[in-house]
Design a protein around this ligand. Sequence first.
Ligand code: NAD
Length: 346
Amino acid sequence: MLNIAVVGCGYWGPNLIRNFNSLSECRLKSVCDTDPERLAHMKMLYPSVITASEFEDLVKNPDIDAIVVAAPVRYHYEMAKKALKAGKHTFIEKPMAQSSRECEELVDIAEKHKLVLMVGHTFVYSKPVRKIKEIISSGELGELQYISARRLNLGLFQKDINVAWDLAPHDISTILYVLGKDPVSVNCQGKSHVAKGVEDVTTMTLNFANGAFGIIQSSWLDPNKVREIVFVGTKKMLVYDDVEPIEKIKIYDKCVEIPPHYDSFGEFQYSYHYGGMYCPYLKLVEPLKVECQHFLDCIKTGAKSESSGLEGLEVVRILEAASASLQDGGGQVAIRYSAINTAQTA
Ligand SMILES: NC(=O)c1ccc[n+]([C@@H]2O[C@H](COP(=O)([O-])OP(=O)(O)OC[C@H]3O[C@@H](n4cnc5c(N)ncnc54)[C@H](O)[C@@H]3O)[C@@H](O)[C@H]2O)c1
């Protein structure tokens, strides 16, 4: 039986706590937060849990096998480093850390200590995203031309990171997982309207070596909750709407056919193909539950997680390049790859 501790009982931590508490192969041993009210609330919900106001208490406790970091992003690196150095398997919420250098160091420490290091790229564990990968890999959409992702809502404003670092990790990790490819460069533009210097609206473009590209729009300043990714292929188009309760994926038999030969402009006509639409059946399960179970499975089997430190590092590298582009007014910034990826993914 694995003993789990969770640090951070704010907005997201309680979802992780609830899921780990529900899994039979682990015991929720301890929760930590600097806010006594949050701790008291957790104690009321889970009376047998040990509460701690100091993160060090989790690190020092020899009974704890794994630590889950759901504290604000500025603490991810320090907490994960302490946890790994104390021999605890570590799960860090997205984004993994504030810089690729920090992520690389965490990947190294986990490797050296032979510990599981996993990042909370929740959507990689969702049924719709798994199905989309299957559909795209089967070639049903034809050649992928572009992807357009929109993740918009009103709030929740973060103080230590901008909206791209907060929301885009979900879209970036989904796109990388579905395509199985890393982009070569990124462009990003954005504006801060509410808190000076913290962009609340951003648009990012991921450029891939084969010419495909992905546009990611992120906003904390929108009247509607939008969670949509559109995949446009040469044969068909797929819309993934995560706000939709049941029919989350729709595949449209729509495309534009360009005539192969024509002699004069008068003969030139695009052929618009309007076919039907279908929604594949998806047996929905809470992605976070699958993700938490996957963390336990990786600890038990020693398997590499599908959202390991390397995937976390990749997302942070893209965010870093996006921030450089943002500073530069939206210019194209190449993504820096280092030996750590080529050595470990070869
Ligand atoms: N996977 C997802 O879908 C998802 C969704 C939302 C948030 N998140 C991630 O979860 C993490 C937490 O986000 P949130 O929205 O819950 O933030 P939050 O601010 O609501 O909660 C953070 C909690 O950490 C506590 N805390 C702060 N400093 C601490 C310290 N030094 N020691 C112990 N506790 C401390 C705070 O008191 C607070 O209760 C972030 O990394 C965020 O990106 C992930």
